[in-house]
Write a protein that binds this ligand. Structure first.
Ligand code: IPM
Ligand code: MN
Length: 367
């Protein structure tokens, strides 16, 4: 498998390195080969080449079987207009790869139940899959502008029926493999775009009579996610709402550093942890690589058809957490049975545990 690596900015390179090591381990143990092509994106690409998505990076991404991204963004670019910022490189890449369904699981790991400010009995066994529409809405809608002289700015929230149908189908299909419950999130009490969204989701629901569908307004949903996270299974929503709600749902897990994502449905799938570039901790060894490592698991699941190995990675992550190892974002004071480890150490612990799990699995098969 050819995997283009766009590690990007801030903690991107350090967490991506751990994810690559995990993919290598799976490759060596199971006879697959991952061929990595490392290319610049975001602020790193602006510094090297002068543009956040250089043509060679785009070409490599389009020519590969999957793309793994770290993070983009840095404070030095904050004054730039949106079209010249590191983030523009990521948005252009998303658009070019064509994946419109961004899957963002948010899972309450039992060993992290005390990391969430929510009480353990609230988060207990919560497991939500956000399906965020990734190529429409305010992020890509035209026209867009900021007229400084007039003191007015404009963005456009636009969706077509077809754009809603295709992402809704993916969400319903995924719900079928889970607890058969789908919550569609909109603002249909105010926005025409949301009325189209809701009407279209209801239309698609006719193809999936086995799935229980409900609708929530985004403001209410933001609250229900914190009050009763266990009531959610699959959450389907538009681009900006999905961006906001998925960060909020990190509270259920205990840290934004835990969240992976996969973007499917286009020419080449794109894999990126949900956390950002965290420039304040870049290079300090404090970054949590588990979001990136769990993203590698999603790559195995959705692009390599290696479900067993994806599950082995997820089991290894859980096991390392159960044994009390924590990166800085997960560390709490006065926990005698916990140990704070660096980015590299956490990656190594998962790597070793994964080796053991796969060894055991192979021993079982040999019997
Ligand atoms: C995310 C990020 C991106 C987004 C930024 C970096 C453009 O916040 O993946 O959630 O807004 O989609
Ligand atoms: Mn975000």
């Amino acid at each position: 498998m050819k995997v283009t690596i766009v590690a990007g900015d801030g903690i991107g390179p350090e967490v991506t390195r751990e994810a690559m090591q995990i993919l290598d381990a799976v490759g060596q143990l199971n006879g697959h080969r991952f061929h990595f092509i490392e290319m610049p994106i975001g602020g790193a690409a602006i510094r090297q080449i002068g543009t956040p998505l250089p043509p060679d990076t785009l070409q490599a991404a389009l020519d590969s079987d999957a793309v793994l991204l770290g993070a983009v963004g840095g404070n030095e670019f904050n004054a730039l207009p949106p079209s010249q910022r590191p983030e523009a490189g990521l948005l252009q890449l998303r658009h070019a790869l064509g994946g419109f369904a961004n899957l963002r699981p948010s899972i309450a790991y039992s060993s992290l139940s005390n990391n969430s400010p929510l009480r353990p009995e609230v988060t207990d066994s919560a497991n939500i899959l956000f399906v965020r529409e990734l190529l429409g809405g305010l992020y890509f809608g035209e026209p867009r502008s900021w007229n400084r002289d007039a003191g007015a700015a404009l963005n456009t929230m636009r969706y077509t029926r077809d754009e809603v149908v295709r992402v809704a189908r993916i969400a319903f299909e995924l719900a079928r493999k889970r607890r058969r419950k789908l919550t569609s999130v909109d603002k249909a009490n105010v926005l025409e775009v949301s009325q189209l969204w809701r009407a279209t989701v209801i239309e698609v629901a006719a193809e999936y009579p086995d799935i229980a569908l409900d609708h929530q307004y985004v403001d209410a949903c933001a609250m229900h996610l914190m009050n009763t996270p266990r009531n959610f299974d699959v959450v389907l929503t538009e681009n900006l709402f999905g961006d906001i709600l998925s960060d909020e749902a990190a509270v259920i897990t205990g840290s934004l550093g835990m969240l992976p994502s996969a973007t499917i449905g286009g020419k080449v799938n794109l894999y990126e942890p949900v956390h950002g570039s965290a420039p304040d901790i870049a290079g300090t060894g404090k970054a949590n690589p588990l979001g990136a490592i769990l993203t590698a698991a999603m790559l195995l699941r959705h692009s390599a058809n290696l479900e067993q190995d994806a599950q082995a990675i997820e089991a290894a992550v859980e096991n390392v957490l159960e044994r009390g190892y924590r990166t800085a974002d997960l560390a709490r004071t006065n926990q005698p049975d916990q140990q704070t480890v660096s980015t590299r150490e956490m990656g190594k612990l998962v790597f070793e545990t994964l080796n053991e799990i796969i060894d055991r699995r192979q021993a079982l098969h040999a019997v």
